[in-house]
Ligand binder design. Structure first.
Ligand code: AMP
Length: 173
């Protein structure tokens, strides 16, 4: 978890390769399965509905049952998505090993997004996404802790290599 520009996808991909995990990104999935409606919502920086997102996770889970090890990037983003996730964990459908909470300063995150060229990376849209992250998504971290989910706080201000090292140290791999 982390705001836009924290490096979730970069680190998620690197970790997945290093640890032999499958990387699932809800944002990436949505961009690959774009519809007019999704495009309009995403380019305005709006979240996609919980129902649609949970269905995407369901579809991904049915596709990849064999290795069993996943890194999920960009999910959950709302408390209802988080509740669904923890509920599935409680039903033993899968085990949440840990949550990586990538913390980044706003200026560094913005610098990283400049030039990426995505429509939702325009300054005012990034501001909205960051604001929504603070209000809607960030409270999930404390809720996870209350639910007994292991949360690792990751300082994601440094270089890609530095951040990877911090994550590997936390995960003890
Ligand atoms: P990302 O690639 O993670 O930056 O996500 C890009 C966009 O996809 C977000 O700004 C949302 O519009 C949408 N999105 C991705 N993941 C979720 C999610 N878990 N819940 C709602 N919307 C999402």
């Amino acid at each position: 978890m982390g705001p836009a520009g924290a490096g979730k996808s970069v680190q998620g991909n690197l970790l997945a390769k290093k640890l032999g995990f499958i990387w699932i990104s809800t944002g990436d999935y949505l961009r690959q399965h774009i519809t007019e409606q999704r495009k309009a919502q995403m380019s305005a920086g709006h979240l996609i509905s919980d129902q649609e997102i949970i269905q995407i996770i369901e579809d991904c889970l049915t596709d990849i049952t064999e290795t069993g090890k996943l890194i999920i990037d960009g999910f959950p983003r709302t408390i209802d998505q988080a509740k669904w996730l923890v509920d599935q964990h409680k039903k033993n459908r899968f085990k949440i090993t840990a949550v990586l909470n990538m913390e980044v300063s706003k200026d560094i995150a913005k610098q990283r997004l400049v030039g990426r060229g995505r429509e939702d990376d325009k300054e005012e849209i990034v501001d909205k996404r960051h604001n929504d992250y603070e209000i809607i998504t960030k409270p999930i971290i404390e809720w996870f802790k209350d639910e007994g989910v292991l949360v690792h706080e990751i300082d994601a201000d440094g270089s890609v290599d530095e951040t990877t090292q911090i994550i590997l140290n936390k995960l003890k791999v």
